[in-house]
Design a protein around this ligand. Structure first.
Ligand code: OXD
Ligand code: MN
Length: 593
């Protein structure tokens, strides 16, 4: 515990409102975690899985109406509406506090309030930021113990400072109509109510490490981004790091943990995962941009994870993991999800906990017929990942050579291209687009603009966020080069042309060669595109012509995109920096030539 008066006064105030029966401080010890797991199993909140096959693993089911982030109910509550901008939902802080106070009043009656002191980043490091989450959910406590660094040492590091993020979460009665995920960046506060789904309630993750942190990063001249971080070690032992932003469920976790294809593995190349979802980036004393993953675990999408797509993730979640909304194999008390293997369990319960008949599976209606919800998850410890980077716990982070943006575009974007400058790279990030996925509630399969993969996560006006990117470029003496990739180009029948997964390393190798000035490129209206023969396809079942096809820039499709980008910039509003509008105009000119 602590004598910190800011902490104690705030907890008092929150407890008076929510009225829990008791307050329990989470100390980060294994004994306490084990007792909480036992308690959650006794109430059915968790199911203990087969401890021989899945040691330390548990299954949890959320309410059926509570399976994804709810962007429509996520608010940025700044005093001035224009500071939240047009892309965010906004409520005035006064209105929001008073609305939510009603929902929180008495919401923890008969329950325990858990106090979770946690750090995003290594405790005591320059990157670290501290938070305290108050919650009435054991599931949240156990997930936060995996996803963040929790315990008394956080309180020691905080000392008597009031500089921490105050997070309040109550499941209340899981009422969908009164579900709110609200951020008060001017008060370092997050209030989440009526949900039990990870992205809405593990407040260290999207709420703090992206929305609040992006706001702080702008104020303090650093960046909080929706990016994986990985290192590629060459046979001579040197490791280069890249960070990459992709919209939710576009394979970030797969790329972060990729297995090098034979052609590189046999030469001694290795890939190390530093992070799969969030990067905090700061300018180092050497003038480069340095990154840490502020999290301590992975909250990965289960469906589609298998021995081919991501063996490292699969091994990571075979131990000490919490599975949420996957299918329960009753024969051996293990778990299963679509895409794990071709052998669905015959005696099983689906993600809702109902008897499940795999023969009724219809891929067009997964939520109803699948064993596992399409957005079912595993929460797993980073230290259990076979390819976790030796630098994962390095307080200094890792120096970033390249920033990679990516989207899911069937036709427009080539396999890879390089921007021509930091400003042009910022433009490339600002026009990212992808199809929507199951990670967010709402329509699936619709193309939407998702700048830097941050559309749902910028804690302030998107136009100001673009400006912050441009401003950062001015204070990084030796900035990373910026690229864009698209693994998802399809042929006329809708089949993916590029093999993806581990073979994406072939593209990363071109990117690193560009960073080292070791390879040429073709100048196109959108930027530098590889010469087809510079993408190593040794051992692949595709031809040079296919690579050429993957690298084409379809001017007509791009010109149509230009109009769509213009509309999007108009939606973002008048704070879109003039530099980016100029970039758009010059792109149009180059395409029209
Ligand atoms: C996630 C997301 O859960 O981006 O990581 O939705
Ligand atoms: Mn994410």
């Amino acid at each position: 515990m602590t004598k910190n008066k800011y902490v104690m006064n705030w907890i008092d105030e929150m407890a008076q409102m929510t009225q829990p029966d008791k307050i329990v401080w989470i100390d980060g010890s294994e004994e306490q975690a084990e007792a909480l797991r036992a308690e959650a199993c006794s109430t059915g909140e968790l199911i203990k899985l087969n401890q021989e096959k899945l040691p330390g693993c548990y299954l949890h089911r959320t309410a059926v109406n509570d399976v994804a982030r709810v962007e429509g109910r996520t608010f940025i509550c700044t005093s001035k509406k224009e500071d939240a901008g047009n892309i965010n939902n906004w409520m005035s802080p006064d209105e929001c506090y008073s609305k939510l106070k009603k929902l929180y009043t008495g919401s923890m009656k008969g329950r325990t309030m858990y106090v979770i002191p946690y750090s995003m980043g290594i405790v005591g490091s320059d990157f670290a930021k501290y938070g305290i989450e108050l919650t009435d959910s054991i599931y949240v406590v156990l997930n936060m113990l995996i996803m963040t660094r929790v315990g008394n040492n956080v309180l020691d590091a905080l000392g008597d400072s009031g500089d921490f993020i105050k997070g309040l979460h109550s499941k209340a009665d899981l009422d969908e109509e009164n579900r709110y995920i609200c951020h008060f960046p001017e008060d370092n506060t997050i209030w989440s109510v009526n949900s039990g789904y990870g992205g809405n309630v593990l407040l260290g993750k999207k709420c703090f490490a992206l929305r609040i942190a992006s706001y702080l990063g702008r104020k303090e001249k650093w960046m909080a981004e929706h990016m994986l971080i990985l290192g590629i070690e060459s046979p001579d032992g040197e490791t280069k790091y890249v960070s990459a932003a992709f919209p939710s469920a576009c394979g970030k976790t797969n790329l972060a943990m990729l297995i090098p294809p034979e052609v590189f593995a046999k030469k001694g190349y290795k890939v190390w995962c530093v992070g799969d979802d969030i990067a905090w980036l700061r300018v180092g004393s050497d003038g480069r941009l340095w990154a840490v993953n502020p999290e301590n675990g992975f909250f990965g999408v289960a469906p589609g994870t298998n021995e081919k797509s991501n063996p490292n993730a699969l091994h990571t979640c075979m131990k000490d993991a919490i599975f949420t909304n996957v299918c329960h194999n009753l024969d051996d008390n293990t778990v299963w999800w679509e895409g794990l293997d071709d052998n669905p369990p015959r005696n099983a319960e689906n993600w809702r906990g109902e008897p499940w008949d795999y023969t009724k599976y219809d891929k067009n209606d997964k939520v109803k017929t699948a064993g596992a919800h399409p957005n079912s998850r595993f929460t797993a410890k980073a230290v259990n990942c076979p390819c976790i980077s030796p630098k994962f716990n390095d307080p200094a982070g890792v120096p970033i050579s390249a920033i990679i943006f990516g989207g899911r575009r069937a036709k427009t974007a080539p396999l890879v291209y390089q921007s021509t400058s930091w400003q042009n790279g910022t433009f490339v990030g600002s026009i990212m687009a992808s199809e929507t996925t199951a990670a967010a509630a709402g329509a699936v399969g619709v193309v939407r603009r998702d700048p830097m993969a941050m559309r749902p996560f910028v804690g302030y006006n998107m136009g100001d966020y673009f400006k912050h990117w441009l401003d950062m470029g001015k204070i990084i003496p030796n900035p990373p080069k910026i690229f864009h990739v698209n693994w998802f180009r399809t042929d006329d029948e809708g089949n993916f042309i590029w093999p993806g997964f581990g073979d994406n390393m072939r593209v990363l190798m071109w990117i690193l060669a560009r960073c080292d000035g070791k390879v040429g490129a073709v100048e196109t209206p959108i930027g530098y595109v590889p010469m087809a023969e510079d993408i190593n396809i040794e051992g692949l079942d595709i031809t040079l012509d296919t690579v050429k096809e993957l690298l084409t820039v379809d001017k007509e499709a791009w010109l149509a995109d230009v109009d769509n980008i213009k509309e999007f910039y108009e939606l973002v509003g008048d704070r879109v920096p003039a530099e980016l509008k100029d970039e758009l105009e010059s792109l149009k000119e180059r395409l029209s030539k």
